[in-house]
Design a protein around this ligand. Structure first.
Ligand SMILES: [Zn+2]
Length: 388
């Protein structure tokens, strides 16, 4: 049994941002959510979106405090602003952090209390959401999280060190614009981190226990696109074809997240980023990936699927699961991200037991989806293997 429900209208392709005003927008006043960084203004993307909304006769205000790992306090603040200003939809502009925040803000702009009253997992109270969230429009400027094509958001509550994935059927964006032309300015390192995030959404979704025939098709397609185009997009950011291929892989990976799921690789990475916020999500995934997949392979997990993934990623003559580790490392070398270190981000080895425990507590619901059991001991062992 599986469920297929992806209600988002996706407008994909070069120049699609300039068509925003022709889309049916879900309200008359938008809160545009962007990060505290300079790029949305500096690159002119904010101005272009405002111009599109003006053309469509939609009012807008801006909230610009979102951090790379979005924090609960900013969600709360932006929701208050939305209520006070009479905003009737939320527009996330940027990477995963802006769009994830837009979804969480949409929930709280229509409801009382605190977001943690409604989230499940960790210290969340898991109460039903009384009122439907405001509609969300997503305009992604990166090819990383796939959040434009799924209902999920990752929000961090700092006092309890919880970096938690949340989402409901009501938090799918109603409209997403994916325009590779506004991804050309993403620097090489970030392009690589985000591309690997999209890759791991696809690989994890492929081997998850809840994978289904449709998500498996999507996974193989997305893995193929990353394998053939990511290194080119990193090497030459102005290569539009490579950018477009990776952007499509990323959106497809969002669909995969909607109908399959990430597994414990993401749970473990969330724990790492919860301890040291400066660690980019994609970098954290890359750092643990080799030891993580090696652990799965050594435990005998889904050998045929690992061969299929190795072939899709570019090793066409793959015959054994370990070939996936080889081609994964080759791609990391080709993208210049094979030597990332946890110590560069302030980690110490004595933090690892706490991180392993955090992964199983805060994101414990992901571990049962693994194709073989990864307990806390195995988690700690693979973290130690990844540590340098
Ligand atoms: Zn991710």
């Amino acid at each position: 049994m599986f469920k297929y429900f992806i209600p988002t209208k996706v407008v994909f392709g070069q120049g699609s941002l300039d068509k925003l005003h022709r889309q049916k927008l879900p309200g008359k006043k938008a809160l545009i959510v962007i990060t505290a960084g300079k790029s949305m203004r500096g690159q002119g993307y904010l101005a272009r979106v405002e111009e599109q909304l003006d053309k469509a006769g939609v009012d807008h205000i801006v909230f610009d405090k979102i951090q790379p790992n979005p924090l609960l306090e900013h969600v709360t603040e932006a929701a208050e602003l939305s209520k006070n200003e009479g905003v009737d939809f939320i527009l996330g502009l940027g990477g995963g952090s802006s769009i994830d925040s837009a979804k969480a803000i949409a929930v709280m702009a229509a409801n009382e209390g605190n977001l943690w009253d409604y989230v499940g997992g960790a210290t969340g109270k898991n109460q039903p959401i009384p009122n439907a969230p405001l509609p969300v429009v997503a305009i992604t400027t990166t090819a990383g999280t796939g959040t434009e094509a799924d209902p999920w958001a990752v929000i961090t509550k700092t006092d309890t060190k919880e970096k938690l994935g949340i989402g409901w059927d009501s938090t799918y964006p109603v409209l997403s614009i994916v325009d590779p032309l506004i991804m050309l300015s993403v620097p090489p390192k970030l392009t690589a981190y985000q591309g690997f995030d999209a890759l791991f959404h696809s690989t994890e979704g492929y081997i998850a226990k809840i994978a289904n025939p449709i998500s498996e098709l999507y996974s193989i397609d997305a893995i193929t696109r990353v394998g053939r185009s990511l290194a080119e997009a990193v090497d030459d950011g102005s290569n539009v074809e490579a950018r477009e291929d990776v952007a499509l892989a990323n959106t497809i990976a969002g669909f995969i997240q909607s109908i399959s799921s990430c597994i414990s690789e993401h749970a473990i990475e969330h724990a790492l980023s919860a301890y040291h916020h400066e660690l980019p999500h994609g970098a954290g995934l890359i750092i643990i990936s080799h030891a993580y997949y090696e652990t799965l392979i050594n435990k005998g997990a889904v050998p045929e699927k690992f061969v299929n993934m190795a072939k899709a990623l570019g090793k066409e003559n793959a015959t054994k699961p370990e070939d996936f580790l080889t081609v994964l490392l080759d791609l990391q070398k080709a993208c210049g991200v094979d030597d990332l270190k946890l110590t560069d981000y302030g980690f110490t080895e004595d933090e690892l037991p706490g991180i392993a425990k955090n992964a199983h507590t805060v994101m414990g619901h992901m571990f049962p989806l693994d194709p073989v059991e990864i307990d806390e001991e195995a988690t700690l062992a693979l973290l130690k293997k990844s540590f340098k």
